[in-house]
Design a protein around this ligand. Sequence first.
Ligand SMILES: Cc1cc2nc3c(=O)[nH]c(=O)nc-3n(C[C@H](O)[C@H](O)[C@H](O)COP(=O)(O)OP(=O)(O)OC[C@H]3O[C@@H](n4cnc5c(N)ncnc54)[C@H](O)[C@@H]3O)c2cc1C
Length: 456
Amino acid sequence: MSQRIKMSERAPEIRNKDFEQVNLGYTDEQAAAEAKRCLQCKKPLCVTGCPVEINIPGFIKHIAANDPAGAIKVLKEKNNLPAVCGRVCPQENQCEKHCILGIKQEPVAIGNLERYAADKAAKATQTSQKEAVLNGKKVAVIGSGPAGLTCAGDLAKMGYDVTVFESLHDSGGVLRYGIPEFRLPAKVLDREIDSLKALGIKFIFNYLIGRTKTIQDLFEDGFEAVFIGAGAGLPTFPGVEGENFNNIYSANEFLVRINLMSAFKFPDFDTPIYKGRNVVVIGGGNTAMDSVRTAKRIGAESVKLVYRRTAEEMPARLEERHHALEEGIEFIELTAPVKFIADEKGFVKAVECIKMRLTEPDASGRKKPVAIEGSNFIIETDLVILALGLHPNPILPSLTKGLETNAKGYLIIDDKFMTTLDGVFAGGDIAGGSTVIQAMGMGKQAAKNIHAYLSR
Ligand SMILES: Cc1cc2nc3c(=O)[nH]c(=O)nc-3n(C[C@H](O)[C@H](O)[C@H](O)COP(=O)(O)OP(=O)(O)OC[C@H]3O[C@@H](n4cnc5c(N)ncnc54)[C@H](O)[C@@H]3O)c2cc1C
């Protein structure tokens, strides 16, 4: 049996002080050897685990034959962002989970191979992108995260004249402002977005649909369909005493300041950030993991991750959990905050926590955490980051008559990805997605349905 080939990584004690990439990628020899582990199944189950239905054995076959350009061609048939997906997809819950090799040994490292092909063949891809012949129909895409980028890319390839409206000053959504450079370098993202621009897609920045212009205005401007990929950027707060004290950040604010505004380089850059010495991050998802690892990199002496279940139940990708532990992050499991305590100037100085125990799984299949009475204890801190999940921002639906949401604020869409407004489609986190590849899958399905709608 051949062993799965591990990708080399930078040493934890070195990488936890900078923002350079942690994973170093496969060499040509490693990639070819890993690709040769693929059994080339006639009915590949891995593809059923991929929301954008990449021909996985097809691209891997090219890598096994030392042909990364052929591999990227197959990848790009379905995936506009392979270098992104190869770095951030939770493959263990998707394609690799279904790999038949996984029954008796480790599954093929599909994500690592995707990353290899995308990085290796980047130049070849850029030169081979061509603008499609325009069909004269204009489509507006709201938001430039993975949902919007995928929908825009697929529509442009079909010949639509696509404009992406983005409220921030740069493209990529969470891929740029949330996920740090050490996992997804901006230059890798730029490369993939450049290849979308080469399809003729136009980007308009600093443009908040709902306020700068309404969806109705877009139709009046000649757009014949609209796709909403506005994400879910509104942070959740725990609702406990003292959560508004100074130096308590939402993870979104913390990560945006650092990733998008380079706050850790203040005063060379305009945006400041408080660099905590004893940092406490509350949560267990990818956002929490990115926050702990970022806090460590900007100089914290101690970083504690407080989570109400155990590490096993954390929703964060396995690799991020593993990397965080290696980098010196302390996990405090089965613990929840009950109160934040501040000094006389209103700056947080401690978190009062309580121990939890897990009961039997509930209807969602997850074990419910219950507080253990009298188990309260104090953790001293000078910076708290709250990473408790995100919800859709209500601005767009509240300013758009007829655009309906469910009780949790997510846009209601039908099986054609159309919202409650005719000609307005949606996908990604704003319509209930929660990963990059889900957002891309929804963007892709929406593009197909927009094409059907405009071809009636
Ligand atoms: C810190 C962090 C780390 C994550 N790590 C991972 C990971 O490792 N793997 C993974 O699979 N998933 C991860 N996720 C989840 C993943 O990033 C999201 O599921 C995905 O980005 C959703 O894509 P989207 O296109 O729906 O929205 P977003 O990426 O949120 O993009 C939405 C875009 O729309 C713009 N916008 C919003 N409203 C408007 C408006 N009214 N007008 C114009 N523009 C607007 C926003 O500025 C934003 O750029 C992470 C999330 C976070 C926050």
